[in-house]
Design a protein around this ligand. Sequence first.
Ligand code: AHR
Length: 495
Amino acid sequence: HQASLTIDPALRVAPVRRRTFGTFVEHLGRCVYTGIHEPGHPTADEDGFRQDVLALTRELGVTTVRYPGGNFVSGYRWEDGIGPLADRPARLDLAWHCTEPNHVGVDELVRWARKAGVEPMMAVNLGTRGVQEALDVLEYCNIPSGTRWSDLRVANGAADPHGIRMWCLGNEMDGPWQIGHKTAREYGRLAAETARAMRMIDPDLELVACGSSGSGMPTFGSWEAEVLDEAYDHVDLISCHAYYEEKDGDLGGFLACSTDMENFIASVVATADHVRAKRRSAKRVNVSFDEWNVWYQSRFAAQEPFRDWPVAPPLLEDRYHLADAVAVGGLLITLLRNSDRVTAACQAQLVNVIGPIMTEPGGRAWRQTIFHPFAQAARYASGDVLRVDPVSPLYETAEFGDVPLVHAVATHDGDHTTVFAVNRSVDRPVELTLDTRALGDVRVIEAMTLSGPDVYAVNTADAPDRVAPRPNTGVGASPLRVMLPPVSWNVVRLG
Ligand code: AHR
């Protein structure tokens, strides 16, 4: 197959938003306990954080961390997670049918985030709680001192305010599985009033209203419209969540999953702009794609809920293969392509729970296959996002009709241009020609590919680098071209 694309700095979409490379840490399974935090671990630091996981988090290049949930937050009492450990209660976590020991709370998370060099993004509980508790946790986190909650934070050892800018107003409130599930009107009112009150404490917060839990939700479209009808003036962003998996052995269809993400974003942006037009508002509400990933949700759905309320059991521990990593690469390309309106995103989640990082309790940590496209995109995307619109052969999918084999985006920062591209063909390479005339005299500095003979190959603790980026030797000059292997994620750096 042959494909081509044109790179032209004039075709600028938006700046690369660093918050595109966010992650998510929920009190779920082993994400927190034996994930980021394990006091008895050989690499644990003075705060009980696993330094092997911290090092991998830095290498992954994540910029923000959403916390503490997820479904968990809709039953969470944040005060349980502060103060002396001995005084913290264990609680039932109804979302995941586990026991939450509360050994980690907001102060620990902020400390961890500082060590990892990432910005914390907090979610408040609008399932079982409301305006007052959201105000309390905001006061605790962001007021320097001199009030009940801020003085308590200082007494708990955090002299400086946490300074958290981004706050999610609840989680997936459209989902019938959510504790305190609401109709769009009920949630829209609560989100508006919570946001309005939070801004009385700090007008400069960036507030995220819950959008739909997926484009397949029965209320998708009307949910966003009704919530924004109520909350438009008070929020800055509306969330999207999406998870994808290969179904019924349809690998080609799965590799096209970013088409759903692309349509999802377009619909939410159109809905937000419709509400804007009705209100004659000058402001635009952007998208926070604050949960996205490959997740074999069908396997999880087949699992019985725990009956014995365990603490931090293995849950949602998907082992990702090469094709999953290529799907993740396609999703990253879509997020970047939409940087004009998607200004924040979080891959869900960071470690053990549908995560790019895996750990053994007390033992090793390693990179899953999906670690690599994320780390490369976070590292090499810089400057401006450029639209490249590949001219590519199409292939047929059951869900999306005809889809291009090559999905791509470029970024350009003056000195360097990087092309990110996936080849969705399950059996054929594609030769991609790059028209770089608008860049002047450039050559390929480095070309890397994540590909291989076994698309279902996974990384394990014993074989952690089975699937990893390798140099792409299929590069040609005049015209500049690069061979994209079947089922591959590719990075081409020009300069
Ligand atoms: O990330 C796993 C779960 O997926 C989150 O808790 C929830 O928000 C979503 O349904």
